[in-house]
Ligand binder design. Structure first.
Ligand code: NAD
Ligand code: WQD
Length: 341
């Protein structure tokens, strides 16, 4: 069974991917410094897959520790690199934290594999497109000047990966540009665990519904969209996790597109903030206390993905819709509340 290093595997998307990898017959090995995750997630993963994955706690910015790990795990055939800091607002306030964490960790991993064949899947983001000129946005669309240091780290990381793959065919790389990951595992044993006040829509919705927050503000109701609110391509985290398994499979088979490739990972469908709120109310049966407020600086107005390439060449398609996204996110919030997790 192929061993896959899952960096950031204790985090939101990483933990779901560990489960899907295991269920697809891979042996996931987690490296995480727990800077944005909780050690209890390991128990939760174990409850789902009935096996405790190997877990190593260290910071991937520590070059020596990465080298040591790679020496001791010569049989790893693939890496899925989730580990990064991801709060857009914080990145504006502390840009160096983001350049350091997101770039050093990537460079250290690539460097440690110099001269060895490795399949590498990278967590990129639709943030690289900024406000797209045409919709749905495809992989060939222009990369816009990043509006945050976080977004810039994704653009720089893609360039580092493309150049590294270009220099050596030992590196077989796929960058996945995720749209907006939401929802939780069907077991409700793992899900998104935001530290502090959530920045993203879905955890803010579920925390409001459970009573942790008084109300949710819709950021802007006067945009040039059908209902005046921003539009996003929300993607269920379990579908997203499966896209990583598909990417590893394609790299193992040999990607006919060459050793650096990029895929959009979304549903291809855009929902407005108000549509997302209505879908949540329907799925949970709970009315949500919300109000239209002012615009949030830097928000993209509308973005959804052209996912044809992933459908045909990655042999992957999102299967879960907005209803499952909402009900699973709500089940997870209730689990957190009931268990005091
Ligand atoms: P997350 O914060 O839940 O998971 C990231 C994990 O990486 C955490 O467990 C954290 O402790 C760990 N980590 C961070 N820096 C580390 C380091 N230097 N060494 C070891 N471990 C480290 O985030 P997520 O939502 O699961 O996102 C995973 C990846 O996907 C990130 O690269 C993120 O930028 C990218 N992404 C996320 C979204 C989203 O909306 N969630 C969208 C697009 C792309
Ligand atoms: C979604 C929509 C908000 C909260 C961010 C990053 C991006 C990517 C995904 C990683 C927007 C609206 C939100 C609230 C609201 N991450 N909203 N009230 O902005 O698409 O992207 O996460 O790469 O880089 O920028 O996601 O969940 O923050 O917002 O009205 O309290 O919900 O304005 O329209 P976003 P989000």
């Amino acid at each position: 069974m192929s061993k896959i290093l899952v960096s950031g595997g204790m985090g939101y998307i990483g933990s779901h991917t560990v489960v899907e990898l295991f269920q697809a017959g891979y042996t996931p090995i987690i490296v995480d410094n727990l800077s944005n995750s909780n050690i209890k997630i390991l128990d939760q993963i174990e409850k789902i897959i009935d096996t405790r994955p190997d877990f190593y706690e260290f910071d991937l910015c520590e070059e020596k520790k990465v080298e040591e790990f790679v020496k001791q795990h010569a049989d790893i055939s693939g890496i899925i690199h989730f580990a990064a800091s991801k709060a857009v607002g914080e990145s504006v306030e502390q840009p160096l934290k983001y350049y350091r964490n997101n770039i050093f960790s990537l460079v250290n991993l690539l460097q440690a594999y110099k001269g060895k064949p490795i399949n590498f899947v990278f967590s990129s983001s639709c943030t690289v497109y900024g406000e797209p000129d045409t919709l749905p946005v495809s992989e060939s669309a222009a990369i816009k000047t990043a509006t945050s240091p976080y977004g810039n780290t994704k653009q720089i990381a893609e360039e580092i990966l493309a150049e590294t793959a270009n220099a050596s065919s030992n590196y077989q790389v796929i960058a996945l540009r995720y749209f907006n990951p939401v929802g939780a595992h069907a077991s409700a044993l793992i899900g998104e665990l935001p530290l502090g006040v959530p920045q993203n829509l879905l955890p803010y919705i579920t925390q409001t519904a459970i009573g942790k927050r008084e109300k949710i503000t819709v950021f802007g109701g006067d945009y040039d969209t059908p209902d005046g609110t921003c539009i996003r391509d929300y993607i269920h985290v379990v579908d997203l996790a499966k896209a990583h398994v598909a990417a590893i499979r394609l790299l193992e088979k040999g990607n006919p597109n060459g050793n650096y490739d990029v895929f959009n990972i979304g549903t291809g469908i855009g929902y407005s903030v108000l549509e997302a709120i209505k879908a949540f109310e329907k799925g949970s049966g709970k009315p949500l206390n919300y109000a239209i407020g002012s615009r949030r600086e830097g928000d993209v107005i509308k973005v959804w993905g052209d996912v044809q390439k992933a459908n045909t060449e990655l042999n992957w398609k999102a299967e879960l819709g907005i209803a499952e996204m909402m009900t699973s996110a709500w089940a997870w919030e209730q689990y957190l509340n009931e268990t005091g997790f």
